[in-house]
Ligand binder design. Structure first.
Ligand SMILES: NC(=O)c1ccc[n+]([C@@H]2O[C@H](COP(=O)([O-])OP(=O)(O)OC[C@H]3O[C@@H](n4cnc5c(N)ncnc54)[C@H](OP(=O)(O)O)[C@@H]3O)[C@@H](O)[C@H]2O)c1
Length: 285
């Protein structure tokens, strides 16, 4: 029996990881800020990074599937001994580096610092770390992009995009990320390395949204309008307190390719993500 400590275990990736940690092989401690009932092989610990009750002295593997900056600082304090660390970051470290939005650049800077701290701490502790950087995550019906689009389209029966939203995307399913986290555990080639984890299909932003809308019951319509009209409507929506998360930079990125190479992950741990298939769960039904 192996032991694991999972941060962010209630999140969309964490939940998929817990489901993959076979009770006949893994004894799991999972951290949440909210009290949760135990299950067959999962003991929930309550707390924030600054104070978690009942942490084990040591575990075989620590998985971080929540905020990387909080995890990196917690790990550097050395409260739990381990010989292996697997942590999720984001491909945003590459795609948002030159964003015109100061908030996005700050997130990138924090992610980069957190990645560095995880690798430095792991090296000091002689516990190899692997960083996994997903592209746009979907599948659990609670992501910030497609599930949100689905929720809005369900309310109003349609969704509007600016014309030319043809930047390529590679949405990645939460379960493929959970499988990747487990696949790297015993893969020495992945020690002290970071991997982009794109989904198994590359498609345009418009096609990604169209497929999401088609999965709704009833399906919602996709309208495309000229960019100036879209920006005008977005300004009005923001004034009404809506769509504040959709920044001008995020709109501009709809026309940009955000594409990553899965070859290193495929070669080092057999990463084989699925094509982009949107089922009812992915759209929160
Ligand atoms: N979502 C995406 O599209 C995407 C894309 C690329 C990379 N990623 C990365 O993948 C990882 C997981 O993403 P996710 O969207 O599944 O997770 P998430 O929802 O951001 O967080 C997962 C869990 O972490 C806990 N958590 C959140 N904020 C916390 C805080 N301030 N302090 C302590 N715990 C906190 C929450 O659990 P409790 O409420 O139970 O405490 C939450 O359910 C993150 O590192 C993220 O950067 C996500």
């Amino acid at each position: 029996m192996r032991t694991a400590l999972v941060f962010g275990a209630s999140g969309q990736i964490g939940e998929a990881l817990l489901a993959r940690l076979d009770p006949s092989q893994w004894q799991v401690s999972a951290v949440s800020r909210t009290p949760r009932p135990p299950s067959s092989n999962v003991r929930w610990l309550q707390g924030e990074f600054a104070g978690i009750e009942g942490l084990p002295d040591s575990v075989d593997v620590i998985f971080s599937t929540g905020p990387l900056d909080g995890f990196a600082q917690w790990y550097a304090r050395g409260q739990v001994a381990t010989t292996r660390v697997i942590a999720f970051g984001s491909t945003s470290v590459d795609t948002k580096q030159a964003s015109g939005d100061a908030y996005e650049r700050d997130i990138v800077a924090r992610l980069q610092a957190a990645e560095r701290l995880v690798f430095e701490t792991a090296e000091t502790n002689d516990a190899p770390a692997t960083l996994l950087r997903p592209t746009l995550v979907y599948g659990a019906g609670r992501d910030q992009t497609l599930a949100r689009i689905a929720a809005m389209a369900r309310r109003i029966g349609c969704f509007v995009l600016p014309r030319g939203a043809d930047g390529r995307r590679q949405p990645v399913h939460v379960d493929d990320l959970a499988a990747a986290a487990l696949a790297v555990v015993d893969a020495p080639a992945t020690y002290a390395r970071a991997y982009a984890l794109p989904g198994g299909e590359t498609l345009t932003y418009r096609e990604m949204v169209a497929r999401t809308l088609a999965a709704l019951d009833p399906p919602a319509k996709l309208w495309q309008v000229p960019m100036p009209m879209f920006r005008g409507a977005l300004s009005l929506a923001r004034m009404a307190g809506m769509m504040r998360g959709l920044t001008d930079d995020a709109v501009a990125r709809m026309r940009e390719d955000l594409v990553f190479d899965a070859t290193p992950a495929r070669n080092d741990f057999g990463y084989a993500p699925r094509a982009f298939i949107v089922d009812r769960r992915a759209v929160g039904s």
